[in-house]
Design a protein around this ligand. Structure first.
Ligand code: NAP
Length: 491
């Protein structure tokens, strides 16, 4: 594999990361010899090429995972725990290089990439701790004549599919619990960002993960590779993070062999600011909930509902903060906002803003695509967004805050819930009764109460409605990778 361009102080990071498939503990080329290009979204230039798996490579990876499963399930939990703990330490010790790699392939500013390295590492540490806390049960049943022995066992070989927006953390959030539970796995990263996953696989191997437990197959032919694996009968679990649209397709494919699914899908988060909110806190929360990852987050605030009495002030203050952000290549010091992932992603944001403006929205700041290379879009605030604007029913996935006003609590909770998604909602108020009442009524899996950040490895992450099935992280994260077995024992 060749590195096509060498950036002054970053070419080393790209050139040293493995660029082949990782199967049965070995770095191998795709059988057909294909490669796929990895682009730097800040320049549109090709950074390097990585091996591009086809269906037969997916089958090889599953065969390796299946072959390793029985022995891996017998490994002592402490041994699995210590592999994850070593991986946690190696990831942290390589923070700078992993952050730079992620910034190059995905675009986020270095400071955010460093934050993601810490976040990803924390999943490895959390699940190293959970690996030794898996408990079954024993009980005398109510009839007094029978006993119940309850065992926890790994679900079996898993398929993990990750998106491009958090390339390291989404992999770690799945690999951590799968390793802890004693499952083997095949990881298919997003084709835009395979390098972070390949680097993570190398680290896990260095930490002592046995051959075949983790296999990685980047591919530009996701459907062609994944469908036969889900229909093949050997994969016992799918853990998917990505769009609701693709999640639906994969759920249908899981149905044939009754593959157990976990789905972390899209969102359409409401961000509700009541008239009694502390506006400093609300604006600070909005900056995080909107601008983390340039707005390319499933948790991104998509619809801002602000009480009419504070809407103008909130909008003005948010526009001032958004307008002061520095847009540029994420590798450069002082940059707050990197490029969007690709031309398609940016084009979608442009269309959504144009549609909102056509329906009467006022652009308070931003809204104009800068000249030059890369897929940059400026931080944008839209006020007076009309109810029938498309961006209220679509994940914007960009740095655009769409503000609407409201008068009544009951009405706004109904409007906030009027969406097929239910991942997260944000509520800003100083009234404790209202805070709890609205948190209970929002149809979401997570609520940020006077905060714009909910993600934490120790908390169960996930959504309701069409935002997903199951939870990642927290005490329950490992359950997704474990089965119960009940043994009946007469007294
Ligand atoms: P996506 O288009 O759904 O892709 C996600 C992954 O699925 C990629 O690896 C993709 O590979 C793969 N894929 C696509 N079609 C497939 C198919 N037919 N069979 C098998 N795999 C397939 O989503 P994305 O654009 O990468 O990511 C953004 C989405 O992820 C947003 O909706 C966001 O909300 C969601 N997300 C959710 C969470 C969460 O925890 N809830 C976290 C992060 C992101 P290809 O690109 O090659 O198609």
């Amino acid at each position: 594999m060749t590195t096509l361009i060498t950036l002054p102080d970053t070419g080393d990071v790209v050139s040293t990361v493995p660029k082949r498939l990782f199967i049965a503990g070995a770095w191998v080329d795709a059988l057909a010899g294909d490669t796929l290009p990895v682009e730097d979204p800040a320049t549109g230039e090709v950074l390097c090429h990585v091996a591009d798996g086809r269906a037969e490579d997916g089958q090889r990876a599953v065969a390796a995972a299946v072959a390793a499963q029985a022995e891996w399930a017998r490994t002592a939990p402490r041994a699995r725990s210590e592999i994850l703990r070593r991986a946690y330490e190696i990831v942290l010790s390589r923070t700078d290089e992993l952050a730079r790699l992620m910034t190059l392939e995905m675009g986020k500013p270095l400071a955010e990439a460093r934050g993601e390295v810490a976040y990803a590492a924390e999943f490895l540490r959390w699940f190293s701790e959970e690996a030794v806390r898996v408990e079954g049960g024993f009980a005398t049943l109510p009839d007094g004549r029978n006993r119940m022995l309850l065992m926890r066992q790994p679900v079996g070989p898993c398929l993990l599919i990750t998106p491009w927006n958090f390339p390291l953390a989404m992999g770690a959030r799945k690999i951590g619990p799968a390793v802890a539970a004693g499952c083997t796995m095949v990881l298919k990263p997003a084709p835009q960002t395979p390098l972070s996953s390949l680097a993570l696989a190398e680290i896990l191997a260095e930490a002592g993960l046995p051959a075949g437990v983790l296999n990685v197959v980047p591919t530009s032919r996701a459907g062609e590779v994944v469908e036969p694996l889900l229909r093949g009968g050997q994969i016992r679990k799918l853990s998917f993070t990505g769009s609701t649209q693709v999640g639906r397709i994969l759920l249908a494919q899981c149905a044939e062999k009754v593959v157990r699914p976990s789905m972390e899908l899209g969102g359409n988060a409401p961000f509700i600011v009541f008239d009694d909110a502390d506006l400093d806190t609300a604006v600070a929360g909005a900056m995080v909930a909107k601008m983390r990852n340039m707005g390319e987050a499933c948790t991104a605030a998509n619809r801002f509902f602000v009480h009419r009495s504070v809407a103008d002030e909130f909008a003005a203050r948010l526009a001032e903060r958004m307008g002061a952000l520095v847009v540029g290549p994420g590798t450069q010091p002082g940059v707050d906002v990197g490029p969007l992932i690709d031309r398609t992603g940016r084009g979608k944001v442009e269309e959504l803003v144009a549609d909102a403006v056509a329906h009467g929205a006022r652009v308070l700041v931003g809204g104009v695509v800068p000249d030059g290379p890369g897929y940059f879009y400026p931080p944008t605030v839209l006020a007076g967004v009309a109810d029938d604007s498309q961006l209220l029913r679509t994940e914007i996935f960009g740095p655009v805050a769409a503000i609407l006003t409201f008068d009544d609590e009951d009405d706004i909770v109904s409007v906030a819930n009027d969406t097929e998604w239910g991942l997260v909602g944000y509520v800003f108020t100083r009234d404790l009764d209202r805070a709890l009442r609205v948190s209970e009524r929002l149809e979401v899996g997570m609520v940020g109460l006077n905060t714009g950040l909910v993600s934490n490895p120790a908390a169960p992450f996930g959504g309701v409605k069409q935002s997903g099935l199951g939870r990642e992280g927290g005490r329950v994260g490992i359950d997704e990778f474990l089965e119960y077995k009940y043994v009946a024992v007469p007294v």
